[in-house]
Design a protein around this ligand. Structure first.
Ligand SMILES: Cc1cc2nc3c(=O)[nH]c(=O)nc-3n(C[C@H](O)[C@H](O)[C@H](O)COP(=O)(O)OP(=O)(O)OC[C@H]3O[C@@H](n4cnc5c(N)ncnc54)[C@H](O)[C@@H]3O)c2cc1C
Length: 416
């Protein structure tokens, strides 16, 4: 099979992939090809028919599809080649990916590759929730595909599992489709939806919290119903009496896993915390010429954050194309519980100036936390936080970076 060639191959036509492609064209890269397995480009926002997109990158409030269309139009106008219905199935060699599309299979070779394949929510099966497999069980993503893409009827009364920002998205889709939301259930002691950055959605949150009971420190123990969901059995995490909430729809929200199949099959080093490929500040993975950006790196941030990462990654890709050397030494940055992940999770010599903060998330609520950065026995830095909240991203100042010994022990981030 003869391989086609391009200068930069981007896998994933979501905000990260498309904004990277735009920036690469702006920087003068002649051939930029973006491939996506979906029939239309635009990534996840294409399916989120509610508002909440575009404030940071387009300075206006857009629905997901409007936001996706803007990026697609800009990329097409800039001369980016976008191939849809094209799935990357593996690696032909270090810089060539195998593709499958309705036109057949092929190999696309490239000087640099950017993986921007996004995330998915863990479905019910992966969460091991007991019960039969009746109709009416969704993730937010599959719900939105069902309602907004296929225009199929869902049900009448729903329970949302999870109480983070994406749970609001599920709420908007369900109520928009005419369903009553019977309850929101989270295993954590408080809901985590109060940080949504956009004012109109904040009002929606206030309205929702008035109308819908949020059951905290509670777990969905079982889904009832054989052919169609008939209810869920919920119990307190600490133990106690189970109660049944009648409903015909259950939506599992959040609990993200990066779409890391291409990264894994390329044997890129993965990070235990993010479960995405390990990258440094320059979005460089463990393999020369292979970059990664967007939600593939670590569960779900906003579309604007993913797009900004795509743009920054493009700058580093352009430098690489112009001959910048790939770092020989990479030092891992390790998150220790309750810190769930830290980004970036590798350090290399040319990005140790400490201009950009690191970001991290925790698994638990922690009050009056001191987050400590250490290497071996040396404490490099301590930063205080009044509250750490799960499913919310925090910034860790990076002034300590120049003091890291790159050939030393891994840097550890923990709550002291
Ligand atoms: C339900 C929901 C609601 C949201 N609401 C908001 C909101 O209101 N505001 C906001 O700012 N953000 C919101 N977000 C987050 C936002 O959608 C993401 O931050 C953003 O889409 C991430 O961009 P990305 O490019 O990293 O990944 P994605 O947008 O997920 O794009 C990844 C692309 O890669 C493709 N792909 C994956 N694997 C392959 C493969 N092997 N071959 C070819 N193509 C592949 C996929 O088809 C997909 O199109 C929401 C997310 C969800 C799930």
């Amino acid at each position: 099979m003869t391989a086609e060639r391009t200068d930069v191959l981007i896998v994933g036509a979501g905000p990260a992939g498309l904004s990277a492609a735009l920036e690469l064209k702006r920087l003068g890269v002649p051939r930029v090809t973006v491939v996506d397995r979906e029939p239309q480009p635009g990534g996840m926002p294409r399916l989120c028919h509610h508002t909440g997109f575009g404030v940071w990158d387009f300075h206006r409030m857009l629905s997901g599809p409007q936001y996706a269309r803007r990026y697609v139009r800009l990329a097409e106008a800039a001369g980016v080649e976008i191939r849809t219905e094209t799935t990357v199935t593996g690696w032909a060699d270090d810089h060539a990916l195998t593709l499958t599309s309705p036109a057949g299979t092929g190999v696309l070779q490239s000087d640099a590759i950017l993986l921007a394949t996004g995330v998915r929510e863990r479905p019910r099966s992966a969460r091991l929730t007991p019960g039969y497999r009746p109709r009416g069980v969704f993730t937010t993503g599959s719900l939105q595909r069902f309602v907004d893409e296929r225009h199929l009827p869902v049900g009448k009364r729903a329970v949302i599992v999870g109480a983070e920002e994406v749970s609001l998205s599920a709420f908007m889709t369900l109520t928009g489709a005419g369903l009553e939301v019977a309850a929101i259930v989270t295993e954590l002691p408080r809901h985590q939806m109060n940080y949504f950055p956009y004012a109109p959605v904040k009002w929606l949150l206030v309205d929702m919290l008035h109308r819908v009971p949020v059951l905290t420190a509670a777990r969905v123990e079982r889904i009832l119903g054989r052919f169609r969901v008939e209810g869920v059995e919920v119990s307190p995490v600490a133990g106690g009496e189970r109660r049944v909430i009648p409903c015909d729809t259950v939506v599992f929200t959040g609990d993200w896993i990066p779409e890391h199949e291409v990264a894994r099959s390329g044997e890129l080093r993965m990070d235990a915390g993010t479960r995405g490929p390990q990258v440094d500040f320059a979005f460089r993975t463990s393999r020369a010429g292979i970059f990664a950006a967007g939600n593939l790196l670590r569960g779900a941030e906003t579309a604007a954050t993913s797009a900004a990462e795509g743009r920054r990654a493009a700058g580093w890709i352009a430098r690489f194309l112009q001959g910048a050397p790939w770092p020989k030494v990479r030092l891992p940055v390790v998150a220790e519980p309750p810190i769930k992940w830290v980004f970036p999770n590798a350090l290399s010599a040319d990005t140790l100036r400490g201009e950009q903060p690191l970001t991290f998330r925790t698994a638990d609520f922690v009050e009056n936390a001191v987050v400590q950065v250490s290497q071996g026995n040396d404490v490099l830095y301590r930063q205080s936080f009044r509250y750490l909240t799960p499913n919310r991203t925090f910034r860790l100042d990076a002034a300590w970076l120049p003091r890291v010994a790159l050939r030393g022990e891994p840097v550890r981030i923990r709550v002291a």
